[in-house]
Design a protein around this ligand. Structure first.
Ligand code: GLC
Length: 584
């Protein structure tokens, strides 16, 4: 074993046995990282065409750095058919012309690195666009063609599947519809088939119909269904090699890792995800050997499965996580924020399910990687949604997000409280509900909020500054703005690593009286206390804490503590939060 590998192994053992925890190859930086996610179409437009681009992002790196974050994740920037916001990739090795060139990406990465920021791209392994050359060749060059087994084709489908396809044609935008897992190959217009017949009349989709599933094979393939190839058949093996080629290509350019789209979706019929885990373990071993220190962050939604499979971080996804849903959405259906979300000023929510679920996931994943919680993302409503619409509410949420174990993600614009906008059109497959979280960044009070010099009707999506209040320029001036609060909490998290991933996390308040929520973060370095009251009314609670004086590290001035015979009494004003250190 090489010395560097021995050191990594020794560090991993130390971490796993102490209160710190990490994946065996996890680089140091991710352990304390806070991420900022950027939807590239919406961040900064440098050439005045109304759509954000890479030089635009590069020009704003000083701002990103000023937030106190450590890394950025950008949604896909590769050549795309633009039927699903860049997630329908036509060429994995090319930057989409709307964003710039490889040189622009290299420049962005270099400039980020100069500032101590890491850069992760989005890897979309589960499907390509049906306009990708692989797919066009696969569909038209016959069963013996080089790419035939890169996708899953069949010649006939069940009557039910046929009915689904018919229903899909009746929806306003058949590309957006999820009906029917099989898509008629002719719909993709892949070109003239070589022998007058497509390789298969239908292909299997992974998400939208424009996104044919790449073939990583089936777990337990049914021999009577020949399209169900084993994971080690030549087609699925070739696709694995392509996946490595794609990662290697961008690692060679200098990127630090990938957020991996629909990471759990690769092997089909894989109920317990064992084969999908094996696949990612193979990728992880390869990365450790060839590109040590690079990170993989999964959109999987189950850290207990994904982190042991080799991911450094995994998102808790709201639709798969009743606990995360409980605190951010409540019992409300779909994507809206219910009045009983815990982070709502109504003060009628609860956090018990979240605590139970988080602890379970945390214990099962902590020796391998980190749980990623987030403020929002390009698919999920912004924090400033419906009733959650005052600076104090957003600040309370940010105090929580940035004092939890794991690797937190801030959605661009949530740090200035950008509003989730309703009623926008579906743009490039966004569907109305996702458009609202993808509107352009609001920089200042000039034309188009400083995002672009284009005519307003040319903008990717409209801007909403709410009378100029919700811009970076305005909030820079106000020491109490959400923006400056986020900077302060990030600083406290970094100055006191116990609040990041060094410390244990224990809820000390009474879960049956959920307002306020008080938890401790403890390591050999000390104990910290975080007190949160997302509700609109003032509340009090008395809890037992380790002995010592409470030093206030951050407060919005609405919180006080005193020692009583029963313990430490916290008084929190409506929508407020504070962080303390216990000093012996
Ligand atoms: C992920 C992405 C989403 C995309 C889908 C298909 O969920 O976050 O935006 O539409 O995968 O790639």
């Amino acid at each position: 074993m090489k010395l560097s590998k021995l050191l990594v192994a020794a560090a991993a053992t130390m971490l796993a046995s102490g209160s710190m925890f990490a994946h065996k190859t996890t680089p140091d930086w991710i352990r304390s990282a806070v991420f900022y996610d950027i939807y590239p179409c919406s961040f900064m437009d440098s050439d005045g065409n109304g759509i954000g681009d890479l030089p635009g992002i590069t020009s704003k790196l000083d701002y990103v750095k000023s937030l106190g974050v450590d890394a950025i994740w950008m949604n896909p920037i590769f050549e795309s058919g633009w039927f699903d916001g860049g997630y329908d990739i036509k060429d994995y090795f090319n930057i989409d012309p709307r964003f710039g060139t490889k040189t622009d990406l290299k420049n962005l990465v270099d400039e980020a690195h100069k500032r101590g920021l890491k850069v992760c791209l989005d890897l979309v392994p589960g499907h390509s666009s049906n306009q990708h050359q692989w797919f066009r060749k696969a569909a038209t060059e016959g069963k013996d063609g080089r790419y035939a087994d890169y996708y899953i084709f069949v010649d006939s489908i069940s009557d039910k599947d046929k009915k689904d396809i018919e229903k899909r044609y009746k929806t306003p935008n058949p590309q957006d519809s999820k009906l029917g897992l099989w898509v008629p190959t002719k719909e993709a217009n892949p070109g003239e088939p070589k022998d007058g017949k497509y390789t298969g009349e239908y292909y299997y989709r992974n998400y939208y119909p424009c996104q044919p599933a790449l073939n990583f094979g089936y777990a337990n393939p049914d021999p009577s269904k020949p399209w169900q190839q084993p994971v080690d058949a030549p087609g699925p093996k070739a696709v694995r090699r392509e996946l490595k080629n794609i990662m290697a290509y961008w690692f060679d350019l200098g990127v630090d890792g990938f957020r991996v789209d629909m990471a759990a979706s690769l092997v089909k019929n894989d109920k317990d995800k064992k084969e999908t885990q094996k696949l990612w373990n193979e990728m992880r071993e390869w990365i450790d050997r060839e590109y040590p220190g690079k990170v993989l962050i999964s959109e999987w939604g189950n850290p207990s499965q994904s982190c042991p499979a080799g991911f450094d971080c995994d998102f808790l996804l709201i639709h798969r996580s009743p606990g995360f849903k409980q605190i951010t959405r409540g019992t409300s259906p779909g994507k809206s924020v219910g009045k009983d979300a815990y982070f709502e000023k109504t003060g009628i929510g609860a956090y018990d399910k979240f605590v139970e679920e988080f602890n379970k996931q945390y214990l099962a994943s902590k020796d391998y990687g980190y749980i990623s919680l987030f403020s929002a993302n390009h698919d999920i409503n912004r924090l400033n949604s419906e009733g959650r619409d005052t600076p104090d509410q957003i600040k309370t949420f940010m105090t929580w997000l940035l004092t939890m174990p794991g690797v937190p993600f801030i959605h661009f614009g949530d740090e200035i409280m950008m509003r989730n906008v309703k009623g926008l059109p579906s743009v490039e497959g966004s569907r109305e509900e996702r458009s609202g979280t993808r509107t352009p960044m609001q920089w200042d009070n000039t034309k188009n909020a400083g995002f672009s010099t284009a005519a307003p009707e040319k903008l990717f999506l409209p801007v909403f500054t709410d009378g100029g209040k919700l811009t970076v320029a305005t909030q820079e001036q106000d020491p109490n703005s959400v923006l400056n609060h986020v900077r302060r909490v990030n600083k406290v998290r970094h100055d006191h690593p116990t609040l990041g991933n060094l410390g244990d996390w224990v809820t000390v308040s009474d879960m049956s009286k959920p307002y306020p929520w008080i938890y401790t973060r403890t390591s050999a370095e000390g104990t910290y206390v975080v007190a949160l009251n997302p509700g609109g009314k003032a509340v009090k609670a008395t809890v037992e804490l380790p002995e010592g004086k409470l030093d206030c590290l951050l407060s919005d001035g609405k919180t006080s503590v005193k020692t009583t015979k029963k313990g430490t009494q916290f008084s929190l004003g409506g929508c407020s939060s504070a962080i303390y250190k216990v000093v012996k």
